[in-house]
Design a protein around this ligand. Structure first.
Ligand code: SF4
Length: 347
């Protein structure tokens, strides 16, 4: 049976897939960290991780937590002492890499999480495979899994039960293989993601393929899209992945065509504006932005609001109502209809 683990007010392992991200500000800069976390919250982030490099970072967690609304994970390397300070400052979960800690330090972290009744994420990524696993299996999915399970076993022996495991690689096939193996060998909640996925389009695609492949197999309890970008983009991408996998239903689905030589109005610009406007709306609605009459009316009629382009004129569909508008006015009229629809839905 799957274990559940609490991270502040969020439960991992109970069926809900929590979206998480990590701040890029210095944790010691409380003002900037809080501002970034509040932006992440508005984008839909449910758990946030902060880097703890020293005691000033660790202590800052207390002031940060007073001004935000989601649980904080302290990301710590090399030091059990910082883990203790972060837990005392109110961290809801620790993320440690036992591969870079002594057994004595691991025991200290274990005592700390038990005393504060918080959870801990352990695991390996391609760059931190446990030495004997690396010697035996090289830099492989098997090595990641054996390392992660060895780290988990070390904490289990010390009486820690609230564990979240991760075994990330920076390439998709290894990540998918590792988590598939890990899921078959443990019942702990899994933090999934493709580590260091990269920047922009390639990072989003790598994360989507890796995380999506796992979610579709029912693997994963919390996701982090790792991008070399503003972390808010990670959160947007994570929600898009959940939606594409059918795991998030309260959102505005936008159907839009790629356009072709038949399109006679700026359908792509309108689709972009619509996407931007509905991005954070948590209502189950469907909107279509279509280029022409070939597939336009068919798609648009099935939606709460739709538009199909034509020669000189566009047709707007809303329920049984049809409105013919000049192509140059179409975007403006459509967006104001969209605003009204969103307003009604929010009531
Ligand atoms: S709906 Fe019309 S404009 Fe859009 S891709 Fe199809 S044929 Fe082209």
């Amino acid at each position: 049976m799957k274990k559940t683990v609490r991270v502040g007010g969020v439960t991992l392992g109970g069926g809900h897939i929590a979206v998480q991200s990590m701040t890029t500000e210095k944790t010691s800069d409380v003002e900037k960290s809080v501002a970034q976390i509040l932006r992440l919250e508005r984008a839909g982030c449910e758990i946030v991780r902060v880097a703890v490099l020293d005691e000033i970072d660790a202590r800052a967690i207390f002031a940060i937590k007073e001004q935000i609304h989601i649980p904080v994970v302290a990301d710590i390397h090399f030091s059990a002492r910082l883990a203790v300070v972060a837990a005392e400052a109110g961290a809801d979960k620790l993320r440690v890499n036992p591969g870079n800690m002594s057994m004595e330090d691991i025991a200290r972290v274990a005592d700390c999480v038990k005393a504060h009744r918080i959870s801990v994420r352990v695991g390996a990524n391609s760059g931190s495979i446990e030495r004997s696993c690396f010697q035996k299996y090289g830099r492989s999915a098997r090595a990641l899994v054996e390392s992660t399970l060895a780290y988990a076993a070390a904490f289990e022996r010390l009486g820690v039960e609230d564990l979240v495991l991760a075994a990330k690689a920076s390439d998709v096939p290894t990540t998918v293989d590792a988590y598939t193996m890990l899921a078959s060998r443990c019942s702990y909640p899994l933090h999934i993601g493709v580590t260091e996925a990269g920047a922009g389009r390639s990072g989003v695609v790598k994360s989507s393929v890796g995380i999506g492949a796992l979610l579709l197999k029912g693997i994963g309890d919390t996701i982090r899209v790792s991008l070399s970008a503003d972390p808010v983009e990670e959160v947007y991408a994570a929600h898009e992945i959940l939606r594409a996998c059918g795991l998030e239903r309260d959102y505005v689905e936008v159907v839009s065509c790629p356009t072709c030589g038949r399109c006679e109005y700026d359908c792509i610009a309108l689709a972009e504006r619509v996407n931007e406007r509905v991005r954070s709306v948590k209502k189950r609605l469907k909107v279509a932005v279509m280029g022409c009459v070939v597939n336009g009316p068919g798609e648009a009629q099935d939606c709460d609001l739709g538009i199909a382009g034509g020669k000189d004129y566009c047709m707007i569909f809303e329920g049984e109502e049809r409105t013919r508008v000049k192509s140059e006015e179409a975007a403006c009229v459509f967006l104001s209809r969209l605003d009204k629809l969103l307003e009604q839905a929010e009531k």
